[in-house]
Design a protein around this ligand. Structure first.
Ligand SMILES: NC(=O)c1ccc[n+]([C@@H]2O[C@H](COP(=O)([O-])OP(=O)(O)OC[C@H]3O[C@@H](n4cnc5c(N)ncnc54)[C@H](OP(=O)(O)O)[C@@H]3O)[C@@H](O)[C@H]2O)c1
Length: 291
């Protein structure tokens, strides 16, 4: 029986990058998402709003499962109720843990989460920090989903920062506007440690075969915390020296209302992941200068 990876959220931005990587490496997987995939791979359609797990159960009973990677999510920007975020983010975890239990699977269940569960001040929280402070409903539901995932003994949680190198990421969205010579307002008072997609792909691959005891990993670059404005300014100086982008880039401040639903510092510390997954964080500008 062939061993398959299940990728929940295969049509999302990170899901597309990861399934492309699996295809390139001839690894067997089945993708799961609300809409059909445009790409040619084994796919099961499920809407976690009104889910039926019948096809997943059929698949699990006919195939050996190497790992389940959970990349499906509600949107950070969605102004929805906690109940809605919980239904999709926590509900989907519960459904898969039930399948794991019913079919007595032993494979790793890898849940992907966000730096927004913390408000981590300058240097950031490490992987084992219990000092959570999720502000918005998205972040609250992601923390609930992490806790739900960890009820299964072979679960792993991987948190990322603001991900760059995927379609419609923060950087490409800002550059699209600047390229049209339109003003772009970037917060100078909200700080991140950005995550590049290649590091996520590395960490997911490593987590599938990880045999140690650590349950939570952080994937992020090793730059000092950068404001969104500072990040865009440095990218412009690095890659678009001869453009007039800086003329259109304005430094603004997130208001107290905006900061009531998102942390001012969302900065992951990756030391434990470096040790456990042999993760070697680099500067986000290393990746951007290669492109
Ligand atoms: N992108 C970032 O900057 C970032 C930062 C930190 C953490 N993360 C985490 O990384 C993971 C992947 O994020 P992403 O940026 O790739 O997300 P994304 O682009 O928004 O993709 C979301 C995925 O979830 C699926 N989905 C959403 N609602 C669903 C529903 N009701 N039923 C079934 N599937 C549903 C979508 O399916 P359809 O395409 O069919 O709608 C899509 O495949 C998430 O866990 C997220 O929290 C992302």
């Amino acid at each position: 029986m062939d061993s398959h990876i299940i990728v929940i959220g295969s049509t999302g931005r990170i899901g597309r990058a990861y399934t492309y990587h699996l295809q390139k490496n001839n690894l067997k997987f089945v993708g799961i998402s609300k809409t059909d995939t445009q790409n040619e791979y084994n796919h099961i359609k499920i809407d976690f709003n009104a889910p039926s797990m019948k096809k997943v159960e059929e698949f699990v009973s006919n195939n050996k499962i190497q790992a389940i990677i959970h990349l499906a999510t509600t949107n950070t920007l969605m102004d929805d109720s906690l109940e809605y975020h919980e239904k999709i983010n926590v509900g989907s975890v519960k459904l898969f843990l039930e399948v794991i239990e019913k079919y007595k699977l032993k494979c790793p269940f890898i849940y992907t989460s966000t730096e927004l569960v913390f408000n981590s001040k300058k240097e950031g929280h490490n992987e084992n920090s219990p000092d959570f402070s999720p502000l918005g409903n998205y972040a609250k539901s992601k923390l609930m989903a992490e806790k739900e995932s960890l009820k299964y003994k072979n679960s792993i949680v991987i948190r990322f920062g603001n991900v760059i190198g995927i379609e419609n990421d923060f950087l490409s969205s800002a550059l699209n506007i600047l390229k049209q010579k339109k003003d772009y307002n970037a917060w100078g008072n909200v700080y991140n440690r950005f995550t590049y997609i290649d590091d996520i792909i590395y960490a997911l691959d490593e987590a599938i075969s990880y045999k140690g005891n650590q349950k939570i990993f952080h994937v992020a670059c090793n730059d000092p915390p950068l404001s969104r404005y500072e990040f865009l300014k440095r990218v412009t100086e690095l890659k678009y020296k001869n453009s007039d982008f800086l003329k259109y880039l304005n430094k603004t401040s997130a208001t107290s209302k905006q900061l009531s639903v998102r942390p001012q510092y969302a900065v992951l510390n990756t030391k434990i992941t470096e040790r456990e997954l042999n993760f070697k964080p680099r500067s986000i500008f290393y990746y951007l200068s290669r492109q």
